[in-house]
Design a protein around this ligand. Structure first.
Ligand SMILES: Cc1cc2nc3c(=O)[nH]c(=O)nc-3n(C[C@H](O)[C@H](O)[C@H](O)COP(=O)(O)OP(=O)(O)OC[C@H]3O[C@@H](n4cnc5c(N)ncnc54)[C@H](O)[C@@H]3O)c2cc1C
Length: 472
């Protein structure tokens, strides 16, 4: 447990990171001629943003961070060329996918070159049990390609329509599918990736299996992920369900019961009834008089699931496969879960923010009941049920009324005092947010993949300017 106190604002600008403040950007642009470059200011500003605006603290701190130049490579050879040019000019380089990360993960704190990978989107190979794609491939497109071979992805973030696979690996954790397949880190989900180094003579390093941890959740600080190979599972036509319960405790108990290994689910998400007015298209199925469990269940487990629901006092308000949902113009259950829950409200009302929590296991719903009673309307509840390293895992993405930074950190300390872990969403470094400690293997890999310390400066506490290799 750490004692969460108000953090210092991040250091901004190249000099703050020991980098040259005098890069000649017209010379960089000349050296990148022939590649897709973006130079106009509004587009550079847009491509320097992500979803850090969920945090009023980060929204203020990162407002003026803008790339000097954006490049959109299409191939691994393009990436090698971009890496060489960045190294030659000692230019800060921040790689981005769709920019759906939440913590300013791809916001260039030192300005510099932003490498937008969304044109590296091709499926390269598709075999039984595996798929190989370029790093900028969108999860949704990958899932559609997999389905053509009666297979499916093992997991995706709720931002799957736009999020890229490399962004998910470098910035994400797990998500939809994690009740069945654990998190990205769990063995067997990721097979290999090719990483381009940023150096005078860039090269490609292939990471296999557990070696991928070196770049997983490293915020693009240690190499450009050019290609990813990942595992697929046989396709399942999931039943998307909304189940209503009079009491929140019943939702949590039902989710725990439905999370047992014999019941095949892909999503179990408990959502406080106070979110209901923001779930527009679902108003007939989530009317706000009861709390909801959003679930995706295999057809073969549906009877079992209905039994669990009935045993906990729930009523199935909706149960449809994806085609039926589309026909009825209703969203899939997985776009009502994870941080989409927060998004439904923030789209309409920016007076809220959020906190991320992991509960001790075995999960005790009484903690949530006590917190609900203590916080009243200041905090709305939302829990995700998953598996991690073969065990049950329970997380919350709580919607929190914004009452200033002091109050946010006081709440975080209360949550920690209740024995939970807080993943602070108001900070930009890997360690202050989710990971807590510096991952030495990621820093060792950074010495290989980014020896000059040009990549996404300011995002890891494990690197300081003195560690950069001197210019040759
Ligand atoms: C509404 C909402 C819901 C979300 N739900 C989930 C969820 O369910 N699970 C989850 O884990 N996350 C979730 N997220 C966070 C985010 O959407 C995911 O992590 C997503 O996969 C990020 O992909 P992206 O392409 O947008 O990455 P970006 O935001 O563009 O980048 C994320 C990080 O990856 C790095 N990066 C990107 N491309 C590369 C590359 N080629 N090589 C090296 N590094 C790279 C960037 O530098 C950055 O640090 C959610 C966010 C929002 C706003």
């Amino acid at each position: 447990m750490q004692n969460l106190a108000l953090p210092l604002p991040p250091a901004l600008g190249p000099a703050a990171h020991g980098l040259r403040p005098d890069v000649d950007w017209s010379a960089v642009a000349r050296d990148l001629q022939g590649l897709h470059l973006v130079t106009d200011e509004p587009a550079r500003r847009r491509l320097s943003r992500d979803f850090h605006w969920y945090s009023p603290i980060l929204a203020g701190q990162l407002r003026d961070c803008v790339a000097d130049l954006v490049v959109k490579p299409s191939t691994e050879d393009d990436l090698l060329r971009v890496a060489a040019v960045a190294a030659r000019h000692r230019a800060p380089l921040t790689v981005r996918g769709a920019g759906t990360g939440n913590y300013g993960q791809c916001v260039p704190l030192a300005g510099g070159l932003v490498v937008d990978t969304t044109e590296m989107m091709r499926v390269l190979d598709l075999q039984p049990g595996r798929m190989r794609v370029q790093g900028g491939a969108r999860l949704h497109d990958m899932e559609m390609a997999a389905r053509e071979t009666r297979q499916m992805l093992r997991m995706w973030p709720s931002t799957w329509r736009v999020a890229t696979i490399a962004g998910f690996i470098a910035g994400g954790f797990g998500g939809v599918g994690s009740t069945a397949h654990g998190v990205l880190r769990d063995r067997g989900n990721l097979i290999a990736c090719r990483v381009v180094t940023v150096d005078d003579e860039p090269r490609v390093i292939t990471l296999q299996g557990d070696e991928i941890q070196k770049v997983h959740h490293a915020y693009g600080t240690n190499g450009l992920i050019a290609e990813v190979e990942l595992a697929l599972s046989p396709a399942i036509d999931w039943v998307h369900a909304v189940v209503l319960f009079p009491h929140y405790r019943q939702v949590l108990d039902a989710a725990i019961a439905a999370g047992r290994p014999g019941l095949h689910s892909f999503l179990l998400s408990a959502v406080d009834r106070r979110f209901a007015p923001y779930y527009g298209p679902l108003r007939d199925h989530f009317p706000g008089d009861r709390h909801a469990l959003f679930a995706m269940v295999a057809p073969g487990s549906l009877a079992d699931f209905r039994g669990v629901v009935a045993a906990h006092g729930g009523e199935v308000a909706l149960a449809m496969d994806e085609a039926a949902l589309e026909g009825a113009a209703l969203p899939p259950a997985h776009e009502c879960a994870y941080n989409h829950t927060t998004l439904q409200v923030l789209r309409a009302d920016r007076s809220w923010t959020y906190l991320q929590v992991a509960y001790p296991q075995p999960f005790d719903p009484a903690i949530v009941e006590r917190q609900m009673a203590r916080w009243g309307d200041e905090v709305w509840q939302h829990q995700e049920f998953a598996r991690m390293h073969g065990e049950s895992a329970t997380f919350a993405i709580l919607l929190v009324k914004w009452r200033g930074a002091e109050r946010q950190y006081a709440l975080m300390r209360e949550i920690e005092a209740d024995g939970c872990t807080v993943f602070d969403p108001h900070v930009v470094t890997i360690e202050d947010g989710g990971m807590k400690a510096i991952d030495d293997s990621q820093i060792a890999f950074k010495r290989l993949a980014d020896p000059m310390g040009l990549m996404n400066p300011g995002k890891t506490r494990g690197w300081h300017p003195g560690m950069a290799r001197a210019a040759r």
